[in-house]
Design a protein around this ligand. Structure first.
Ligand code: C5P
Length: 229
């Protein structure tokens, strides 16, 4: 069984309002996407990394030049994250076996480390339903519906991170059968809709998703620290 990384990087990053896609923002002087890809390139477990960008992306070739070993850029991004991943999987159908594991990881999570990849593979690599990095909720959770505020018990609640890892045939089926691409914000939820329970593997706060301008300094702080301890 081989492990492949698939990184959707075809978003525009509207909430970052940087004037260009956030995956190319410099963090400690290096584009975010390059940090993200390097976590996989440094992992001995990952056979190859595929990055999905949009057809008109003008940055990827500089950030991930063709002579960089271990990574291939696919120009098949779609209108939603799920479409980008689905298009990538279709292109890779002849290169990735049905039982090979695909680790889908957001370009916007540059704090991933080879150690976290290893932990996910060790704890969920053999799971038929796959698994994902996630963090137990530590704050009290409030719900606001109209003017009514209630408290949701945090017991049993987790925040999903990526990578999310699945047998490739299962992931393809889950995404092809998912009823509403806009409602699927992570791959595990498409697998859950098939009645399966992917395994939750405790991740690390350094694997945050860089979304708002304030996240940049936090990501840089983690990137300047090597360890996940
Ligand atoms: O916008 P958000 O941070 O939720 O996007 C998560 C990931 O999905 C990012 O890496 C983004 O580039 C990717 N994406 C994509 N195609 C889209 C929208 C988002 O590959 N159409």
């Amino acid at each position: 069984m081989n492990y492949f990384a698939l990184i959707p990087a075809a978003g525009v990053g509207a909430r970052m309002a940087a004037g260009y896609p956030k995956q190319y923002l410099p963090l400690l002087g290096k584009p975010m996407l390059r940090h993200t890809v390097e976590a996989f390139l440094r992992s001995p477990l990952v056979a190859h990394t595929y990055v999905v960008v949009s057809a008109d992306d003008g940055y990827a070739d500089d950030v991930l030049p063709a002579d960089l070993d271990g990574v291939t850029v696919l120009r098949c991004g779609g209108a939603t994250r799920m479409e980008s991943i689905r298009n990538g999987l279709r292109l890779l159908a002849s290169r990735i076996g049905a039982e090979d594991r695909v680790l889908v990881h957001d370009a916007a999570r540059p704090g991933l480390t080879p150690e976290l990849i290893e932990k996910l593979v060790a704890e969920a690599g053999a799971e038929p339903a796959g698994g994902l990095l996630a963090l137990p909720v530590v704050d009290t959770v409030k719900s606001k519906r109209g003017g009514t505020v209630t408290t949701t018990p945090r017991d049993g609640l987790w925040l999903a991170q990526t990578p999310q890892m699945f047998p490739s045939a299962l992931l393809r089926r889950a995404l092809e059968e998912a009823p509403d691409p806009d409602a699927i914000t992570d791959d595990a939820s498409a697998v859950e809709l098939l009645g399966l329970s992917p395994r939750l593997v405790e991740g690390h706060p350094r694997n945050l998703k860089v979304t708002l301008p304030a996240d940049i300094r936090i990501a840089e702080m983690y990137l300047s620290m090597e360890s996940t301890q």
